[in-house]
Write a protein that binds this ligand. Structure first.
Ligand code: F6P
Length: 313
């Protein structure tokens, strides 16, 4: 058993580290990865796929377990479907946007960190009569925003899946003030669009660059939204952008248990030669789905947003 350094680039560059019992001892409470990661995509590199196939053949790999988000799963699916590389997927991302499974590991930890942050921000919001805007990650889905917003008692939640205009957010804040609540907590997902009643909308980006996968670098909607809220309501508004804090530190017990179950399931799939599948959590059951079914993004179930909205205003 070896760990591929920096994801799929480890296969192309033949950069491995031994993963014996000694190497993995003590890693359960650690965040991140001991083998490093990257957004290397063999399909976007010259001869990338050919090099992957050559390594698998020449170095005698029986199975490749790819751990990652929806883009990693799409590379893994193509390696299986188009090139019959013996792969198994394991869904891991804070975004929880991988189809075919209820939860990815990493998500629960990010939600816990964001919920803790909202709890802490409540203190200043309440004592200083402020509107607090909290920007969370999640790329093009709003799972972290909705879950941490419900857990933290947010007064408005903006996500990419459902448009909420600046005017609607301001109305909700004004209604709260009219009812004697002098502070508000607004959670916004980095991928939500800044939308106006006029129909104008825009996605706010951290920079014009894209990453290696070609995705835009999101970030900044919190600042833009806060300035709109302050300008329109006159209430003092502050922003906190949680950023990479959500991706680090000690994983929750729920994530450790989920990752452990996924790992054991992946080993079983490899032993049974069931390639082209991804480990999956369905309810409480640890199972697997064909990678062919893992395509696109798993969007937020809007029932969660409706639940949160019961407590807005
Ligand atoms: O996909 C996980 C994630 O943390 C997203 O929530 C975020 O938009 C993105 O990665 C940030 O990527 P990078 O580390 O390349 O800035």
């Amino acid at each position: 058993m070896v760990g591929l350094r920096r994801g799929y680039s480890g296969l192309v560059e033949r950069s491995y580290i031994p993963l014996d019992m000694r190497a993995v001892s003590g890693i359960l409470p650690l965040g991140g990865t001991i083998v490093s990661t990257s957004s290397f995509d063999p399909f976007r590199e010259p001869d990338g796929v050919e090099k992957v196939k050559a390594t698998v053949r020449e170095d005698g790999f029986d199975a490749i377990v790819a751990i990652g988000g929806e883009h990693t799963m799409s590379i893994t699916r193509r390696l299986w479907e188009e090139h019959q590389v013996p792969v198994i997927g394991v869904p891991k991302t804070i975004d929880n946007d991988v189809p075919g499974t209820d939860y990815t590991f990493g998500f629960d930890t990010a939600v816990q960190i964001a919920s803790d942050a909202i709890d802490r921000l409540h203190t200043t919001a309440q004592s200083h009569d402020r509107v607090m805007v909290i920007e969370v990650m999640g790329r093009n889905t709003g799972w972290i925003a909705v879950f941490s917003g419900i857990a933290g008692g947010a007064d408005a939640i903006l996500i990419p899946e459902l448009e909420l205009t600046v005017e609607e957010v301001c109305d909700a804040i004004n209604t709260r003030h009219d009812r004697g609540k002098d502070f508000s907590i607004v959670v916004v997902a980095e991928g939500a669009e800044l939308a106006f009643a006029s129909g104008e909308k825009r996605q706010v980006r951290a920079s014009s660059e894209t990453d290696n996968y070609g995705y835009p670098r999101l970030g900044g909607i919190g600042v833009a939204l806060a300035s709109e809220i302050e300008g329109r309501t006159g209430f003092e508004t502050r922003v906190t952008t949680l950023g990479y804090v959500q991706r680090g530190g000690t994983p929750t017990a729920t994530d450790r248990i989920l990752a452990t179950r996924y790992g054991v399931k992946a080993a079983e799939l490899a032993e049974e030669g069931r390639f082209g599948e991804m480990t999956a959590l369905h309810g409480h059951e640890m199972t697997s789905v064909p990678l062919g079914e893992v395509q696109g993004l798993k969007r937020v179930d809007l029932d969660y947003l409706r639940l949160a909205a019961t407590f807005f205003g």
